[in-house]
Design a protein around this ligand. Structure first.
Ligand SMILES: [Zn+2]
Length: 257
């Protein structure tokens, strides 16, 4: 495998306020992005397959992309799942184990609108439709701020609670707010997870840390051409300088290579 990408989404819906617009991709933009993935020679694969390939150094299709969703908003069922099904794109959804059927209280505290999170029945239903359920800790507290005993609850207890709720062993994790270091990565591994996603941008190659996988953050404001550039460069933001450097390199390679 050369360079695999993991995309990170949150809500797929019409933003309810300017504050959440960045983390809320409209259904129309999402559909356009998924259509692009399936028609542009990219290979959407399940995150678990991408992890297996990184572990075994097996060759996976060029341009592999895994699609992930953080937090488990209920709008996923209404606005994302039908599109994923239509384009046959596998997805992993990271649910907050201690907040199933509740709301995004950690975001409301920052002035964001209330959004309902899927309950255990909803998660079982989307799982039956082929979506992989991963764990987004117990309470969405950034793990780097927890005591050692709370860190166990946020990882080990969260895995047990979520596995029990959906009737399947949960093996993939995503750090709340992407907050992680050596202690957190070790706790997640000790809790029995096989891999964990960070929010650092970039491609994942053979030397990727399985407990700090890189993801591309898709913003609500991304146009399709922004989205295409983010995939091409493996970056959350592609500046004019990046683009200029890229085209200059291409010209230089044509002359010298
Ligand atoms: Zn989150």
């Amino acid at each position: 495998m050369s360079r695999a990408l993991i995309l990170m989404y949150h809500a797929i819906d019409t933003p309810r306020s300017a504050t959440e617009a960045r983390y809320c991709v409209t259904p129309a933009a999402f559909r356009e992005q998924m259509a692009y993935l399936s028609y542009a020679g990219l290979n959407p694969i399940p995150l678990s397959q991408l992890v297996d390939s990184l572990k075994s150094e097996k060759v996976t299709p060029q341009n592999s992309v895994a699609v992930t969703f953080d937090d488990g908003f209920e709008c996923f069922q209404r606005n994302a799942l039908p599109v994923l099904t239509e384009f046959r794109i596998p997805a992993t959804l990271f649910a907050v184990a201690g907040k199933l059927g509740h709301t995004n209280s950690w975001m409301q505290a920052k002035g964001w609108p209330e959004r309902r999170l899927m309950d255990a029945g909803d998660l079982r239903a989307v799982q039956a439709d082929g979506v992989t359920i991963g764990c987004h800790a117990l309470s969405h507290t950034p793990l780097t701020t927890t005591s050692d005993s709370d860190l166990m609850k946020e990882t080990l207890d969260a895995r047990h609670i979520l596995s029990e709720a959906i009737g399947t062993d949960v093996t993939l994790f995503a750090y709340p707010n992407g907050a992680q270091g050596e202690r957190e990565r070790r706790a997640v591994a000790n809790a029995g997870f096989v891999a964990a996603c960070s929010t650092e941008s970039g491609f994942n190659g053979h030397h990727a840390d399985l407990f700090a996988l890189r993801r591309i953050d898709v913003y609500g404001s991304d146009t399709l051409s922004n989205f295409r550039r983010k995939l091409q460069f493996g970056a959350n933001r592609v500046t004019r300088v990046d683009l200029t450097r890229y085209y200059l390199n291409r010209i230089a390679t044509r002359f010298h290579g």
